[in-house]
Unconditional design. Structure first.
Length: 257
């Protein structure tokens, strides 16, 4: 049985002397683990197309429960990321998030589209700041994976957070429960303040058309709040950390003047 599909390489690990084990994200089959025999050999025709973050057209055979790569041709390599170490580290974090949240043998077209869109944005350093791209990706990938926060009304008293009485008030988001609270009802514990502008940005990410995910701007102060909240929410909901995220912050710190 042969399968042909487009795929984003989320992870590529060398196996033995000349092969690689790939974790790929495909639109039809979701996340798959594929063996790329001989991919490390000097004359291999698939070397470039099996590198991490490569988007490729792949053909592989299925033998029992194993997938063996037979052909691969690169579609896009996102070469611009190699020129910016911070953005490359962020792209690796995105790939690890996608790997964590995607399922095997389950359609992954929306997650794949989200990942490719984010990589394209990272290749345009003057379009949007890293913090905005990162936060938008984190919150949207959580929404696509069934972790959409409830942002319209207070989880305690039910007051609409779009109402005039709440319009100028600080709200709090429950990082583990996924709800928001007005200032009067905010419980102690795992909640974090969310400014009105940051709340508006979160609502936009949860509901906008996928093609317009990065078609918004937010002020500097709100961006810091928005970015921190999206990261904290992601880590709390998944109850885990990411080595790639730690690496991103190490790179970011090393590049500070």
């Amino acid at each position: 049985m042969f399968i042909n599909t487009k795929a984003l390489v989320l992870r590529s690990v060398q196996y033995k002397e000349s092969s690689r084990i790939l974790t790929i994200l495909t639109p039809e089959h979701g996340k798959l683990t594929v063996s790329a025999r001989g991919a490390v050999r000097q004359k291999s025709r698939v070397t470039a197309s099996v590198q991490p973050l490569a988007f490729s057209d792949m053909t592989f055979s299925k033998i029992r429960d194993r997938y063996i790569l037979t052909e691969s041709q690169i579609i896009e390599q996102f070469d611009e990321l190699s020129l910016d170490l911070e953005r490359f580290a962020l792209a690796v974090y995105f790939a690890e998030l996608l790997e964590s949240l995607s399922d095997e043998d389950s359609p992954g077209s929306e997650l794949l589209s989200l990942g490719l869109n984010a990589l394209h944005m990272l290749c345009k350093p003057n379009e949007r700041p890293n913090e905005l791209i990162k936060a938008a990706f984190e919150l949207r990938v959580m929404c696509l994976s069934g972790y959409t926060p409830m942002l319209d009304s207070c989880s305690s008293c039910g007051v609409s957070l779009n109402s005039e009485t709440a319009a100028n008030s600080e709200v709090h988001i429950d990082l583990y429960g996924g709800g928001v609270y007005c200032k009067s009802c905010s419980p102690s514990g795992n909640t974090t303040p969310l400014s009105q502008d940051a709340l508006a940005a979160c609502k936009y990410i949860c509901t906008c058309d996928s093609k317009r995910l990065y078609s918004f701007t937010v002020g500097a102060a709100a961006l810091l709040n928005f970015s921190a909240t999206c990261e904290d929410y992601t880590l709390a909901q998944l109850d885990r950390g990411f080595k790639s995220l730690d690496y991103y912050y190490k790179i970011k710190e090393s590049l500070l003047p």
